[in-house]
Ligand binder design. Sequence first.
Ligand SMILES: Cc1ncc(C[n+]2csc(CCOP(=O)(O)OP(=O)(O)O)c2C)c(N)n1
Ligand SMILES: [Mg+2]
Length: 597
Amino acid sequence: MAQQVSDFIVDRLISWGITRIYGYPGDGINGVMEALNRAKDRIDFIQTRHEEMAAFMACAHAKFTGEVGVCMSTSGPGAIHLLNGLYDAKMDHQPVVAIVGQQARMSMGGDYQQEVDLLSLYKDVAHEYVHMATEPAQVRHLIDRAIRIARVNRTVTCVILPNDVQELDYSEPPRAHGSVHSGMSYTRPEIVPGIADLQAAADVLNAGEKVAILVGAGAAGAAEEVIAAAELLGAGVAKALLGKAVLPDDLPFVTGSIGLLGTKPSYDLMMDCDTLLMVGTSFPYSEFLPKEGKVKSVQIDIDGRMLGLRYPTDVNLQGDSRKTLQALIPLLTKKQDRGWRDKIEKEVSRWWNVLEARAMKSAHPINPQRFFWELSPLLPDRCILTSDSGSIATWFAMDLKIRKGMMASLSGNLATMCPGVPYAIAAKFAYPDRMPIALVGDGAMQMMGINELITIAKYYKRWSDPRLMIVVLNNQDLNMVTWEQRVMSGDPKFQGSQDLPEINYAAYAQLLGLEGIRVEREDEIAPALKQALSAQRPVVLDLLSDPSVPPLPPHITLKQAKNFTSSLVKGDVNAWDIIKDTYKEVVANILPHHDHA
Ligand SMILES: Cc1ncc(C[n+]2csc(CCOP(=O)(O)OP(=O)(O)O)c2C)c(N)n1
Ligand SMILES: [Mg+2]
């Protein structure tokens, strides 16, 4: 019997090394679903609660494994639902292929039910490659190109499949004028800049007296080389959010995160350095980088388009971060004067004391920093951390001490809510022996997270090691935005938009057969963590957290402080708690201890 187009597509995906597809069915994609059923011993279909979650999972698969992630949906509404997760992948440069259904060819153009102009709709998110199959002999190159282009360009691609095409007999492209004969396989080349450019970069770095290094996700896999370069250059190393796991936080010269969610040592490192080396990062907030023209700088990025983008760097090196640093290191001379480095190390060690003191300050009911402070030393080896957007990302960025061998990610450039739980699920499928830990706000839980607990309940019995933890920062507030309203705009909290309904997330988890632990007081944190980390089922840790603890940026401008004060004066519902507990902290941050404007 002839092979159906859908069976060919599934076989081709398997031949490309795809072992798992995240998605949701519908009659626009039924042909492929049936083929997946026929191939179920060779490729896994994971059913999510919502197509957006499938796209987040495909993105996380790519982030954590370096492989292509694949997600699938039906036509119209399903394809629309995928979009936010696909934008997350696109903006964080992850290879993800979306396979979406469409109405039958004969209905198209007929204002038919669920007929959406998907080629136009996907033209932005999958701008590198989006095509619709209208003929069986076309699907071979559509699949080959979607996967290859996703990998080559580290981006999102899309194949649209009208439902009638899925069920046609497959035929190979004929040997005829106009046919396309594509093939498989792609290996990434090792790109290293030329020696003249490397020498120019080394000259800049060797001439500097106070060198700062900034690493992002692109430096993953180059930890040893970054450390070696930092040693030679006597440099401190700051980390962009997506590069949180690139270097462990127990290294004395690692200043931690940078930016609005960053640390003071990272801020000072950038303000006081005379030379900057950026590796694999497109960290966006230029106000946290040195003032333009103040420093000499070198940037390394695999993607030439990202060079010289955030800072007018003097030497731009397009190349693989590891290989480029390996070629650069022999050209660097060791800095004899270690004064700059010693100063950084002192500031880092002092900063950890500041964070500890902040964490130990009681709040009501729980100081979120306290939880993170207690979690850090208990993190299981090789755990995979995921964070959602919100104030929780601040504590993730600032307080959590990452160790060697761990991975971590979040939605960096799109900064969307909701990836925390689906990222953790995809991490578990990719690495069943490792423990994912998702850090999620109650807003994100209510938006999508609690639904994806159902997915966890559906699948966890398959996992050889069923440990997976979701921490819900239950502050009954869209806290990050509430603080932005106060600090950026000087507005008091708008309860109508910011307050969240109270939900017992632990009880919800229990309802689904998962473990649920509610933490209502600070002295319950340690026993709760002990129980959660040894649970033999996925666990939801519901942490009642104080919304009055400010996720403070490392440096507050006078304008922000004025805004903040006026928001309280204008009658903020939490004014008294904030004044009582944290105003001192804010004031301490704007006192003229530093002369940076
Ligand atoms: C899809 C989406 N909608 C809205 C926002 C804006 N936003 C960013 S953080 C945030 C608050 C999140 O609240 P929650 O999940 O409770 O976390 P918290 O800040 O309270 O820790 C909002 C609304 C966003 N980033 N993404
Ligand atoms: Mg919240």
